[in-house]
Design a protein around this ligand. Structure first.
Ligand code: ZN
Length: 141
């Protein structure tokens, strides 16, 4: 990871080939003590695990993509869940045939680059379990 811009509250990082996106973002936020943030990014990845949430089964149905895709968009945020800093992110990936696929992000490996903006927000975001949906949702502050 290279730090391209670091002027509180805005940080831009560049992720390197082979780096795991979720791990890198979380480790950067830990290092900078970022407890609430909104995140966006783009780049290129060669492996991704994404999912969609099945409301009936109350579980994420995962798909592993082992192919080169353009990371067209990553949108996410940082909040605490059960006392741990968590990245919740969704991604849109562009395939070689120019179609797109996307979902809730579990993990993703950089092939070319990852250009990520992290906007730090004041305070701390927290999540709490919601009975109705089975999801951990952002809590009012
Ligand atoms: Zn999600």
């Amino acid at each position: 990871m290279k730090i391209i811009h670091a002027q509180d509250p805005t940080y831009i990082i560049r992720l390197l080939r082979g780096e795991e996106v979720v791990e890198q973002i979380l480790s950067f936020c830990k290092e900078k003590t970022i407890d609430a943030a909104w995140i966006q990014g783009l780049g290129a990845v060669d492996r991704a695990v994404i999912s969609s949430y099945n409301f009936e089964k109350r579980e994420y149905e995962k798909l592993t993509l082992e192919e080169d895709t353009e990371l067209l968009s990553l949108q996410g945020n940082i909040a605490y869940n059960n006392g741990e800093r968590m990245l919740h992110a969704h991604v849109t990936l562009g395939r070689a045939d120019k179609t797109v696929i996307g979902g809730h992000l579990h993990s993703m490996r950089i092939s070319g680059t990852g250009e990520i903006q992290i906007t730090k927000l004041n305070g701390k975001f927290e999540r709490e379990f919601d009975e109705e949906t089975g999801l951990s949702l952002l809590k009012e502050s």
